[in-house]
Design a binder for this molecule. Structure first.
Ligand SMILES: NC(=O)c1ccc[n+]([C@@H]2O[C@H](COP(=O)([O-])OP(=O)(O)OC[C@H]3O[C@@H](n4cnc5c(N)ncnc54)[C@H](O)[C@@H]3O)[C@@H](O)[C@H]2O)c1
Length: 499
């Protein structure tokens, strides 16, 4: 097989297009309506949600990112807020502090917001940020459900003078961009399938006996936002509120929506499918331990696209009971594999890519760099007023895929693995994945003969309305009324309808 030269890539980029920065706006920074512009021309950033990921953003805006600086922080946890303010002070930076994001948005001396609050806040905070005239970087996923993600996209279109970027950082990986040019140019032949992998260790979060007390330092009404107001029922090593919300449907979507959204986004991008699939079906369960969490630690979702299937696999249990190491699929634990007629491409968690022939011989390592420059690209976009075309909508679709996969799972029924094997035997993607999942569960001492697995229905999707469709009214109604498709919001936290 021919080695893929840089000249080929340049040619392919003209043929196939890529993730290009396009000049969408011409205004200069400091002339932005609602942004007074700072004395030294730096973009003044407010970081919202400053525990884990938000703390990483804050560190970057304190010292690493040129042309931007943190001037404000916001968190509903007042103890954490005070701690971070002290850390900023120790780093020589005075920041304004806010418990209520809406108050931060009133500050005209903040140009951009970086949102690293939990998933259920993302769409609403993005929309509010845009309405207040701020540029917005929203962590992935864009939404907690399909409908609200569409409203966030509509807001990005409505307030198109603002820069909006989503935290699907692999979009900044030059390796993946190059791999995509290679795929579009047909260098590996037709794509047979794309597989996203999220084999990430997820231990039990422990088991409580009932509702847990929220620490006095946390404004739980603000923390809950558009979700249903209900006391936390978890209290693992992250406490009753932070981080473990990922494993509860009211706030998160399990690991497909947590880590998996990154690999989902890359897999769909590599497939070249710019929208929702025509159908989805999932199976899985929470195996190996009993704890408070609701979301599956083992999940397979098969999405039908016109070009080829997209298969997504989540595993939270290790390779084998008692081990820490995780399984790998063609060398990938958290990554993407795209199989073509003439070979395959793998993408790592950090966004580097390699090309293999069908004998598993590496024929090319793409070495332009992984996903590290995404935050800097946001700063560049804000400075230049050049928008990264369509990135928010791309994140919407990839987030929506995770929600759709979860809706199928949530509508599923527990069945014996033998019955599931029989039901999916005509579907090569599902039955091959099921075989490997059962081996994986056996290695974790799960008795697959007696333990049941949840098998969700095959749900058809109308890409235009972004709703489930079909003749089985009871199932379709249940799917469309699932909170991961759409929910009402709560009190002052209702997501406005813009689309
Ligand atoms: N891009 C990535 O690779 C990456 C990595 C990790 C996390 N994330 C994303 O970052 C987000 C945060 O994740 P985390 O692990 O830090 O979660 P976390 O629960 O540890 O932290 C979230 C913080 O947001 C605060 N918060 C909640 N509601 C708020 C509100 N209304 N206003 C202001 N602050 C609020 C919480 O008090 C908490 O301090 C998630 O959406 C996650 O998906 C992205």
């Amino acid at each position: 097989m021919k080695t893929w030269s840089r000249k080929d890539f340049l040619k392919a980029s003209l043929i196939g297009g890529g993730a290009a920065f396009v000049a969408g706006q011409t205004r200069l920074y400091g002339q932005v309506a609602g942004a007074a512009g700072s004395a030294n021309g730096d973009i003044r950033v407010g970081v919202v949600g400053i525990n884990g990921q938000g703390n990483g953003h804050l560190r970057d805006y304190l010292k690493n990112l040129k042309g931007a600086r943190a001037v404000a922080i916001c968190d509903v946890d007042s103890v954490l807020l005070a701690k971070r303010a002290e850390e900023c002070k120790a780093a020589g930076v005075k920041v304004e502090t806010y418990v209520d994001y809406r108050k931060l948005l009133e500050n005209k001396n903040i140009d951009a917001v970086v949102l690293a609050s939990p998933n259920h806040q993302h769409s609403l905070q993005t929309i509010w940020g845009l309405q207040a005239g701020k540029d917005v970087y929203c962590e992935k996923p864009l939404s907690h459900n399909v409908w609200e993600g569409r409203q966030a996209v509509a807001a990005a279109k409505k307030y198109s003078k603002n820069i909006v970027m989503a935290g699907t950082q692999n979009r900044s990986s030059l390796d993946i961009q190059e791999a995509i040019k290679m795929l579009r140019a047909g260098k590996l032949g037709k794509i047979q399938w794309a597989r996203g992998l999220c084999y990430k260790p997820r231990d039990s979060i422990g088991k409580t006996t009932g509702p847990q007390k929220v620490p006095d330092s946390i404004n739980y009404d603000l923390w809950t936002g558009p979700a249903e107001l209900t006391p936390p029922r978890r209290n693992g090593n992250k406490g009753p509120v932070h981080y473990d919300w990922h494993w509860f449907w009211n706030y998160g979507g399990g690991d497909i929506t947590n880590q998996g959204i990154h690999q989902m986004d890359v897999a769909r991008w590599m497939l070249g499918e710019a929208g929702l699939p025509t159908s989805v079906a999932s199976f899985g369960g929470r195996f190996g331990y009993r704890d408070d969490a609701e979301t599956p630690n083992t999940l397979v979702s098969v999405f039908t696209y016109p070009s080829a299937p997209l298969i997504f696999e989540v595993r939270g249990l290790p390779m084998k009971a008692g081990m820490k190491a995780m399984d790998a699929y063609r060398g990938s634990r958290v990554g993407v594999v795209v199989q073509c007629d003439g070979g395959y491409i793998t993408v790592s968690e950090s966004g580097t890519a390699n090309v293999f022939d069908n004998d598993n011989k590496k024929i090319q390592g793409l070495s332009n760099g992984g996903n590290g420059s995404h935050r800097a690209n946001f700063v560049k976009a804000v400075q230049s007023r050049k928008v990264v075309e369509g990135l928010v909508e791309e994140c919407h679709y990839s987030s929506a895929l995770c929600h759709l996969g979860n809706v199928s799972f949530l509508l599923g029924k527990e069945q014996s693995n033998a019955a599931i094997a029989e039901a999916v035997k005509a579907d090569v993607s599902a039955s091959e994945a099921l075989g490997r999942v059962l081996e994986h569960l056996k290695a974790n001492e799960v008795d697959t003969a007696t333990t049941k697995t949840v098998k969700g229905p095959l749900l058809k999707i109308d890409g235009k309305t972004e709703m489930f469709t079909g003749s089985e009214k009871t199932i379709i109604d249940a799917a469309n009324n699932n909170p991961l498709r759409k929910r009402a919001g709560r009190g002052a936290f209702v997501i406005p309808q813009l689309a």
